[in-house]
Design a protein around this ligand. Structure first.
Ligand SMILES: C[S@@+](CC[C@H](N)C(=O)[O-])C[C@H]1O[C@@H](n2cnc3c(N)ncnc32)[C@H](O)[C@@H]1O
Length: 249
């Protein structure tokens, strides 16, 4: 697992700590104002913390002990976060809704995604929904130079992130991404952490086939690429920030 999720989880927590309130308002409404929300791969719990502020019972799992520790720090006794693998877990209970933001599911191979969805259906109430953010790529219109570049700070630490596509292999269904995190200010100033991440690459047709083979159906799709609006789009749409509403069949 990447250093950014383990030894440098504190840096991840700073880098991805942008304001999620408006997005969580939208998720809360789309999910039907649930009383409980479960997030597999919850990381340091930034989304769960925001749900907790709305009176929702938050729960999560993560494979990184450092992330679980950070989530405990954020949530205190308001929720339940455990060290578990999202491809093989049994919490012995169900939730009203679940979320998976920022392409977390791209960490799973297609086989692992199938196992994950099998586990998820046993953790949702019969009318519960699972909103997952998974980007879908169209080989014809894919922009190989697209990337994300941003800065975040907390206390006296300031970071710069450059996240780019290193290689996109449509035949193998893998997108190799490079992250470069530079510590601009603070006790670790001057450090640069570079990593390569192999992520599963989904196209509209491969994603549709994966969901069709799962215990879920996709009932709605939204495009969060257009900030603030998130229009409903066709299930065959492409984009890096699509939200898919999955409901048990
Ligand atoms: C991109 S981060 C997203 C974290 C969080 N969802 C958020 O929005 O900030 C992906 C997270 O998934 C976790 N993860 C990766 N593979 C996992 C697995 N098989 N089971 C559980 N967690 C996993 C990582 O440790 C990391 O915290």
């Amino acid at each position: 697992m990447t250093r950014l999720y383990t030894d440098d989880a504190e840096l991840y927590d700073i880098l991805f700590d942008w304001d999620v309130e408006e997005e969580v308002d939208w998720l809360f409404e789309r999910l039907g104002q649930p009383a409980s929300v479960f997030e597999p791969g919850c990381g340091s719990g930034r989304m769960l913390e925001s749900f907790a502020r709305r009176g929702v019972e938050p729960a999560g799992i993560d494979l990184s002990p450092q992330m679980v520790e950070l989530a405990h720090r954020r949530l205190g006794d308001r929720g339940h976060v455990t060290l578990d693998d999202m491809t093989d877990f049994d919490l012995g209970r169900t939730f009203e809704a679940a979320i998976s933001p920022i392409n977390t599911l791209l960490h799973l191979t297609p086989e692992q995604l199938a196992r994950h969805l099998d586990c998820m259906v046993h953790h949702l109430e019969p009318r519960g929904c699972y909103l997952v953010q998974v980007g879908l790529i169209d080989p014809a219109s894919h922009d190989p130079f697209a990337g994300s570049h941003w800065e975040e700070s907390r206390g006296d630490t300031k970071l710069r992130a450059d996240w780019t596509d290193e290689e996109v292999d449509f035949a193998r269904g893998v997108s190799r991404q490079r992250s470069r995190i530079e510590v601009l200010e603070g006790p670790r100033a001057g450090e640069v952490i570079e990593e390569i991440h192999d992520m599963t690459l989904w196209m509209p047709e491969t994603w549709a086939a994966a969901i069709a083979a799962s215990p879920f159906e996709e009932t709605e799709t939204y495009d969060a690429g257009k900030k603030g609006s998130r229009p409903r789009v066709d299930a065959s749409a492409t984009g890096g920030l699509l939200w898919h509403l999955l409901v048990p069949r």
